[in-house]
Design a protein around this ligand. Structure first.
Ligand code: NCD
Length: 363
């Protein structure tokens, strides 16, 4: 069974194929009106969402399918204590494909192990958000005409910003990519993204706290919201929430040919005055998200006949190490095995398969 939990579940060739389908949908939407007739998409949103949920639903409706689901945990049996595993088994009886957003890292992955229909991760805690990345890639391609040879500035909450983590994973597979990481000390990129993704691929990056200094060299500026809901201490959020505000003066420092992306929602990190700048691509990005989700639904449904579970790669240790990340799904899910994958045999470094939390085991 093919699910998409991480953007790397799709090869670069498959992403090209999805972008071609999306561009064909843009050009000839009528060809696709009946393609999902009698198919049902379940949207299981345990966390708030506007764009992601509605664009998934619009995508399925524009393919001629129907949608069912819930938009908050409180209207599901999760409040009665139902596990993700059981929920995924249930939904497999009622729908042909599901998109799940959850505040626990690894929840959609657990669902994909239980379900007999494809599961799409629509955002899991501060971890990953692969379909936002599909929207981002199509946007960069349409705005800049290429996915190679780009200097990409990532600005704001790089610690909890799941869209940033998935975008880095995706862009590292193209050539000539360089990142500029623009964040306050407290919101720097997590070590698992640095050590698992950037360093092994040898992708160059620089770090700065100044958006002004970075502006002139960027081809893409990816702004993010400081994510109030992920902070344990509200005082930290108050101190950091206005770290960066993109305004017309800062845009004046940027290249003439560049683009500004934001997964949205914006709070106040982009001034409304920037919206009229032709380089502001974030609303076009939201529309591209619908086309890429249409392409992904088509692809996964076409492959859904194969019910064999996706193999778990790498060297795994089961129930020997214990994940201590309170945001990991293994902290709450009933009888879930704690599984770690060996990522660095020399140093004995393992990562939790649900949330990437690091453990070191010395033999
Ligand atoms: C993002 C998300 O939920 O991770 N938004 C989105 O899906 N379009 C970013 C955010 O919430 O700040």
């Amino acid at each position: 069974m093919r699910s998409v939990i991480n953007i790397t579940d799709l090869s670069v060739g498959e992403i090209d194929e999805l972008m071609n389908t999306a561009l064909d949908i843009v050009a000839h939407p009528e060809k696709y009106w009946d393609r999902c007739k009698h198919k049902k998409l379940a949207t299981l949103f345990f966390e708030p969402s506007t764009r992601t949920r509605l664009s998934f639903e619009a995508a399925m409706l524009e393919l001629g399918g129907t949608v069912l689901g819930f938009s908050q945990a409180s209207s599901s049996s999760a409040v009665k204590g139902e596990s993700i595993y059981d929920t995924a088994k249930m939904i497999s009886c009622y729908a042909d494909i599901m998109a799940m957003r959850h505040y626990k890292e690894g929840a959609p992955f657990v669902a994909s192990r239980a379900a007999s229909i494809p599961v799409i991760n629509a955002g899991d805690g501060g971890h990953f958000h692969p379909t936002q990345t599909l929207a981002d890639l199509l946007t960069i391609y349409r705005e800049m005409g290429r996915l190679n040879d780009l200097t990409i500035g990532l600005c704001g909450d790089l610690k909890y910003g799941r869209t940033v983590h998935s975008l880095i994973e995706a862009m590292c597979r193209y050539t000539g990519i360089r990142f500029v990481l623009i964040a306050p000390e407290e919101l720097k990129l997590p070590s698992y993204v640095r050590y698992n993704v950037l360093d092994p691929k040898g992708v160059p990056y620089t770090e700065t706290t100044s958006l002004e200094d970075a502006m002139p060299e960027l081809d893409v500026l990816y702004m993010t919201r400081v994510q109030q809901e992920r902070f344990d201490d509200p005082a930290d959020y108050e101190r950091l929430k206005d770290s960066y505000i993109l305004n017309a003066e800062k845009m004046a420092l940027a290249k003439e040919k560049m683009c500004v992306l934001h997964p949205l929602p914006r709070v106040n990190e982009i001034s409304v005055a920037v919206d009229d700048d032709p380089r502001a691509a974030y609303f076009r990005q939201a529309l591209n998200g619908k086309y890429m989700r249409m392409a992904l639904i088509l692809k996964l449904l076409a492959e859904a006949g194969d019910k064999t579970p996706q193999p778990l790669d790498g060297e795994l240790v089961i129930d020997e190490l214990h994940c201590d990340n309170p945001k990991c799904i293994s902290a709450t899910e009933q009888e879930l095995k704690h599984m770690f994958r060996l990522v660095n045999p020399q140093k004995g470094i393992y990562r939790c398969i649900y949330c990437e939390n690091k453990k070191v085991r010395t033999k």
